[in-house]
Design a protein around this ligand. Structure first.
Ligand SMILES: NC(=O)c1ccc[n+]([C@@H]2O[C@H](COP(=O)([O-])OP(=O)(O)OC[C@H]3O[C@@H](n4cnc5c(N)ncnc54)[C@H](OP(=O)(O)O)[C@@H]3O)[C@@H](O)[C@H]2O)c1
Length: 281
């Protein structure tokens, strides 16, 4: 039984391959990657797999029984890319298709959810046996700004008092490995989020505790926050997406208290305090 992992050279994909190797013989794992040079040293079979080259995808999926499609990172381009992978999987007779979606994709206020929901609809209509992992926010989304916030003396955002139930990438990777290596996940959907939920005020308080400095949370308007992110050099589209996501969080879009993730992986999700501590050392 061979398991293929797309985006295997990305941050989530590398964790998935690492954790899969603890459960499956390396010869049964295939890293499906855009750039094979980046996959050197992964210790598994590597095949070229670029979502924008649909003509090559079926050949690369030969012999793959279970496929994990890690959603792409080119916002606005992802739906045709994901559909190309779904079509190729049908032709290659993949037995189980696992997709990383977004938390509460059908009701989420985040603009990011649009491409995920459309992918889910296409996957369900494909006739493939599917498993949808509706991944919540990565705690690591905040680690980049944590050091900057300590330097600047404030943590900024526009998430208001929205509770964010994030988990670490490694937790979501373990969930993917759990569904790829055990039975009974066909045509199921899992809402995955961290055990712990916090507001950005609470995140700033944790940063204050760990750094020994007073780091308040300054809540901005969505436009102000996007403008500041642009002034830091972020491309406009990314800055606006991040600000829109914070606004979505203020409406509860990143909250979930089902604890499905920790049940699936068999242990509590990684605490916010640990992810921050690892980031600011
Ligand atoms: N839940 C969250 O908080 C959150 C946050 C950010 C992103 N995401 C989503 O989750 C996904 C995985 O997260 P991540 O942190 O691992 O992101 P990442 O490090 O940016 O990895 C994305 C992966 O997708 C691959 N990819 C992009 N376009 C491709 C294409 N045309 N053909 C084949 N592969 C392609 C990239 O290949 P290369 O290695 O060649 O670049 C990379 O391996 C992201 O892509 C995004 O959809 C979720």
């Amino acid at each position: 039984m061979k398991i293929g992992v797309t985006g295997a050279t990305g941050q989530l994909g590398r964790f998935v391959v690492e954790k899969l190797k603890e459960k499956v013989a390396p010869e049964n794992i295939v890293a499906l990657v855009r750039n094979p040079e980046k996959a050197a040293g992964m210790g598994v079979e590597v095949r070229e797999f670029d979502y924008t080259h649909p003509e090559n995808l079926v050949a690369s999926l030969q012999g793959i029984d279970k496929l994990l499609l890690i959603s792409g990172n080119e916002m606005g381009q992802r739906l045709p890319q994901h559909i190309a992978v779904i079509e190729a999987a049908k032709q290659a007779d993949v037995k189980q298709f696992v997709y990383t979606s977004i938390l509460h994709a059908d009701t989420s206020p985040l603009s990011l959810a649009v491409e995920h929901l459309a992918t889910e609809v296409n996957l369900k209509a494909s006739g493939l046996a599917y498993t949808i992992l509706r991944n919540g926010w990565y705690t690591e989304n905040y680690t980049g700004s944590a050091k900057g916030a300590i330097g600047a003396g404030a943590f900024i955002g526009c998430a208001g008092d929205g509770k964010i139930a994030s988990a670490a990438r490694i937790d979501y990777a373990e969930a993917a490995v759990a569904v790829l290596t055990s039975e009974g996940h066909e045509n199921k959907m899992y809402e995955l989020a961290g055990d712990e939920a916090y507001t950005l005020t609470e995140l700033a308080a944790e940063l204050s505790r760990q750094s020994g400095k007073v780091i308040p949370y300054n809540n901005l308007s969505e436009t102000q926050y996007a403008d500041i992110l642009k002034s830091f050099g972020l491309p406009a589209g990314i800055a606006e997406m991040l600000a829109n996501s914070d606004t979505g969080a203020s409406k509860g879009g990143l909250f979930d208290d089902s604890h499905v993730l920790s049940k699936l992986i068999g242990h509590p999700t990684t605490p916010l305090a640990k992810v921050l501590a690892d980031a600011i050392v």
